[in-house]
Design a protein around this ligand. Structure first.
Ligand SMILES: [Mn+2]
Length: 378
């Protein structure tokens, strides 16, 4: 049995200010391209099942373009007659009861199965049983839902658990409303043939659990995510016993590279002459301008540095100052930070540690509520 597992496709995410030839935000187009690459692979591989573990869309109320793109791609998948099972993540779950869950638009595809009702659902086939635990806003409900899942295990079929959460505190994304799977319930993983996770944006096996995997996202929602490898998991399950002929393969897709460069302000001219820009075509370039004095920082203009990479898609500059004490401080190019990040940074500087934790949560909650109803990128 072959199962293709992908996740966190964040359709509708946009970033930076570059438009492509079709007048679409270039980064938004990159996310559509990543999704289409996975669909192309699905056509080629023809797995027995396809699973997506959440954050299909970046927002609970995506743009018309994101919805239109998803419907077009789902039609292609649906026509392949391969069961496609999806769960809602925190990004695609409305926080209030006022808005309807977006994933319901896929209800009418005969080969697509969506779990978004903030409760446990099982999707059963002749040889496999998919246990879907979608994102739940009310964490207190999670325990009872996990218990429903435990009770629904069927021997003689492949049992696959699908969740969108952090297993332990290690896989938190610093987002509002994320769910940490209760430690005392991790025992359930052993009873599953495979545990498919979404939420964490890097591919990887989770700690000591042999069969618990994050497929990672298909693109970067933050430039702090330096991973240049994104893709999906191709899982092979064979034999009658647990872990018999069990194999996980990570299949990379091609995404826009992030390239980091350094310019030393102490030897500015020399550093510029040594700069290799040959690998920056269409890339997102991040330049660290180090050993700056305040005077130099005024003299060296961002535009001057950006000109060095005429073929890059985007260039951001991080300035690192020399201090008397020898330790450097830095400021980011504000254009690459979200308003939320800038605001949190400001709070961190201005408030006491205990206050910060409380204010941070409140801030994330308010930004999340705002993002749900407003799309500033349009
Ligand atoms: Mn995500």
């Amino acid at each position: 049995m072959k199962i293709l597992h992908f996740s966190d496709t964040h359709l509708g995410f946009s970033d930076l200010e570059t438009l492509n030839d079709a007048n679409i935000n270039q980064r938004e187009a990159d996310f559509y391209d990543a999704f289409a690459q996975v669909v192309a692979k699905i056509k080629e591989i023809r797995p027995d099942y396809i699973i997506h573990t959440g954050d299909l869309f970046h927002r609970a109320s995506p743009s018309n373009r994101a919805i239109a793109f998803a419907l077009e791609q789902f039609k292609i998948i649906n026509d392949l007659k391969i069961p496609f099972i999806l769960i809602a993540g925190n990004h695609s779950t409305p926080r209030t009861n006022l808005s309807a869950p977006i994933l319901q638009i896929f209800e009418n595809f005969e080969n697509v199965y969506v779990a978004y009702k903030q409760k446990y659902e099982k999707i059963e086939f002749a040889d496999a049983l998919f246990h879907a635990l979608p994102h739940m806003n009310d964490e207190t409900q999670a325990l009872s839902q996990i218990e429903l899942c435990e009770a629904a295990l069927v021997e003689g079929k492949k049992n696959i658990l699908m969740m969108h959460c952090s297993v332990g505190a290690h896989y938190l994304m610093a987002e509002f409303g994320e769910w940490v799977f209760p430690r005392e319930k991790e025992e359930i993983f052993k009873k599953m043939d495979y545990v498919a996770l979404g939420h964490w944006h890097g591919f990887g096996k989770v700690g000591k659990h042999e069969n618990v995997y994050y497929s990672g996202s298909t693109e970067r929602t933050s430039l702090n995510d330096k991973r240049n490898t994104k893709g999906f998991i191709l899982l092979t399950l064979g034999g009658d016993t647990l872990f018999d002929a069990w194999h996980v393969e990570f299949c990379p897709i091609k995404i826009r590279p992030v390239i980091q460069k350094e310019i030393d302000a102490k030897e500015y001219e020399n550093s510029l002459s040594l700069l290799d820009t040959s690998d920056t075509q269409d890339a997102i370039v991040e330049v660290r301008l180090v050993n700056l004095t305040p005077l130099q920082s005024i003299e060296i203009q961002n535009a001057e540095i950006k000109k060095l990479f005429p073929h890059a898609m985007n260039v951001s500059i991080k300035r690192e100052f020399i201090h008397d004490g020898g330790t450097a401080s830095y400021t980011d190019d504000v254009a690459t930070l979200s308003l939320e990040e800038v605001f949190l940074e400001h709070l961190k500087e201005q408030s006491q540690e205990s206050e910060f934790a409380r204010l941070k949560e409140k801030t994330q909650e308010l930004f999340a509520a705002y993002e749900e109803t407003n799309d500033d990128t349009l």
